[in-house]
Design a binder for this molecule. Structure first.
Ligand SMILES: C[S@@+](CC[C@H](N)C(=O)[O-])C[C@H]1O[C@@H](n2cnc3c(N)ncnc32)[C@H](O)[C@@H]1O
Length: 587
């Protein structure tokens, strides 16, 4: 058996990971050591919260079989795209034909005149800005024009000097600021928006094809409606997030792709198409130095954003998809024909795995939602509008925090997790293992997870607890005392009791005083390992789990306070810990 590491640090820069975004997806490099450790080639791996299918890809590259499932229609679409082996040259040729056909169909919409030589060229991107109306002097403020030299937003009205607040100032119509085009020397150059650009934009807004753009309402009861302030901004439909011009280009490209008859090429190009949607929308943020990615977990639109040429995005994504395809299917040992034949994906809830027989799986690897951090089905609407099918969120394992669904939300979440673990236990062979990825700043949610694991009949404590560092930015503001965001998750591995022993209930978890534990871990921490509060939080959680402690009272907020008392502080820019615990205070 291969050794299982205690800490898994995975840079999220591999071609497979970056090919198609999915919320909180796992890098396959983080899953492979677990599959290698707990299974043999040819054995069956189950992931019932499979999302974009990373567990299936990891299994595939290790010659294992996999049964994937999730409630997310988008998840199945992405996993299918990854798992479809399509020949690079034919994919490229079909993509070029689809682009050519869509280009023809949109006519001159992206064309502009290059100022330097008068040549007609296609815009690579157009920069757009919000405008605001000053409530005092009624003057219009173009946000982009009011930025300072470092790109920082305005604090006062440039006309009357009154205080500016983004939340309360009424918005005017967004305006195009500049266009980026290929320069004469081949390098990209920026020029001001001209009358021709304005005409094309007006033309697009009157185009009757806009009525055919696939779009879904993001209804008021959705958690992300209030969290993203959609009522206030009026962005209550997914189609509204695209400029008219990009919406038409996307529509024509989608039509051309869907005419492809070869099933594998069709799948690959539909996959590349959905992969570009966030960047093809107003969610692609302008930044003073470089573009900032769309925030995948919210419907946020920044006050300065891009309208990026859809064909440019798609063409590059097709290259990325064929590169990922090459890594998955052509790198010699990594790929086994047989395992490829035996990876399936069902759309179903994790507590109803009717497609799986009792005691049929050799290993379960799951990564369920972490409480109320992310609302997958709400965010999936953005892509699913194009797929024509949406996620049924009846059994979505999340903790609602708004509206009528808030009542009893924790109990509902616990019930769903318990049901999912019980199903995992049922399908696992006796004596085999389940690994669960989990992270949260709240001890209450951790306590709930512990109970759900115990009550479903797995042995406790876990046989292995690893820290998973996905390399995200760290908790900001130790001094604010805020609970912040956890960037280090744990992977707990639990065992199904062996046959003949019956399903023993896990030992009762003992309650214990959490404060001395926090202090001990901080005191023992080698200074070179004290990287961020989140790393220390993970270390404390691991220690507490190994000791069989109930985690209900162990919050990241308490860890932050203990760190401050021990003389550490958090760098606001990097989120990393500074100081070496000097100035420690007793108690
Ligand atoms: C953290 S994500 C999994 C990401 C996945 N590991 C990947 O790499 O893409 C959690 C997933 O749980 C799914 N989910 C939520 N409730 C579910 C349920 N009751 N049954 C199955 N899947 C569920 C969500 O749709 C989401 O895809």
């Amino acid at each position: 058996m291969s050794r299982l590491p205690d800490t898994i640090t995975v840079p999220r820069t591999d071609p497979i990971y970056n090919c198609h975004a999915y919320l909180t997806k796992m890098p396959i490099g983080a899953i492979r050591p677990f599959i290698e450790h707990f299974t043999q080639p040819g054995e069956l791996v189950v992931d019932s919260f499979a999302g974009s299918g990373a567990t299936g890809l990891a299994a595939l590259t290790l010659g294992r079989r996999a049964r994937l499932s999730d409630i997310a229609v988008l998840g199945r679409h992405i996993a299918t795209g990854y798992l479809t082996d399509a020949p690079a040259r034919e994919v490229r040729a079909a993509a070029d034909r689809a682009i050519a056909s869509a280009r023809k169909a949109i006519g001159t919409l992206y064309l502009t005149k290059r100022v330097s030589d008068g040549a007609m060229v296609e815009t690579i991107r157009t920069i757009w800005s919000f405008t605001y109306l000053c409530p005092s002097c009624k003057d219009k403020m173009v946000y982009y024009e009011a930025l300072d030299a470092r790109g920082k937003g305005p604090e006062y009205c440039p006309s009357c000097g009154g205080p500016f607040t983004r939340r309360s100032w009424p918005r005017g119509k967004d305006v195009p600021i500049g266009v980026v085009i290929p320069g004469e020397e081949g390098k990209q150059v920026e020029q001001m928006v001209c009358e021709m650009d304005q005409r094309r934009i007006r033309m697009a807004t009157k185009d009757t094809r806009l009525r055919q753009i696939p779009s879904l309402p993001i209804e008021e009861h959705r958690e992300m409606y209030s969290r993203s302030g959609l009522g206030r901004s009026g962005m209550t439909e997914t189609g509204k997030f695209f400029s008219s011009r990009n919406a038409i280009a996307l529509l024509e490209l989608w039509r051309a792709i869907n005419e492809i008859e070869d099933e594998t090429i069709l799948q690959k190009l539909r996959f590349a198409f959905t992969a570009i949607l966030p960047r093809a929308s107003m969610r692609y943020q302008w930044g003073p130095k470089r573009p900032l990615n769309a925030q995948n977990q919210t419907y946020y639109v920044a006050p300065v954003y891009f309208e990026w040429n859809v064909f440019d995005l798609f063409s590059r994504k097709v290259d990325a998809a064929t590169r990922a395809n090459g890594t998955l299917f052509e790198d010699g040992d990594l790929f086994s024909e047989e395992s490829m034949q035996d990876i399936t994906y069902e759309v179903t809830s994790a507590e109803r795995l009717v497609h799986l027989a009792d005691c049929s799986a050799d290993y379960v690897f799951i990564d369920p939602p972490f409480g109320s951090n992310i609302f997958y089905s709400d965010m999936n609407l953005f892509h699913e509008a194009w797929l024509g099918e949406t996620t049924d969120y009846t059994y979505e394992a999340v903790v609602y925090t708004t509206g009528s669904r808030k009542k009893g939300a924790m109990e509902r979440y616990e019930r769903l997790l318990r049901g999912a673990f019980a199903e995992a236990l049922r399908v696992l062979k006796p004596g085999r293992y389940m690994s669960v990825v989990f992270g949260n700043s709240s001890g209450r949610i951790w306590g709930l997870l512990q109970r759900a694991l115990r009550d479903s009949g797995f042995k406790a404590p876990p046989v292995h607890v690893a820290s998973l560092d996905k390399g995200q930015r760290s908790v900001k503001g130790l001094n604010s005392g805020s609970e912040g965001v956890v960037t280090v998750s744990l992977i707990l591995t639990v065992q199904k009791p062996a046959q003949g022993k019956g399903l023993e209930k896990a030992a009762t978890l003992s309650n214990g005083d959490i404060d001395p534990l926090i202090r001990t871990v901080i005191d023992e921490m080698p200074s070179n390992e004290a990287r961020s509060p989140s790393h220390i939080h993970a270390r404390i959680l691991r220690r507490a789990i190994h000791k069989g402690r109930v985690l209900d009272d162990l919050h990241l907020g308490d860890v932050l306070i203990a760190l401050r008392n021990a003389g550490y502080r958090v760098d606001r820019e990097t989120g990393l810990l500074q100081g070496s615990g000097r100035g420690r205070q007793a108690g």
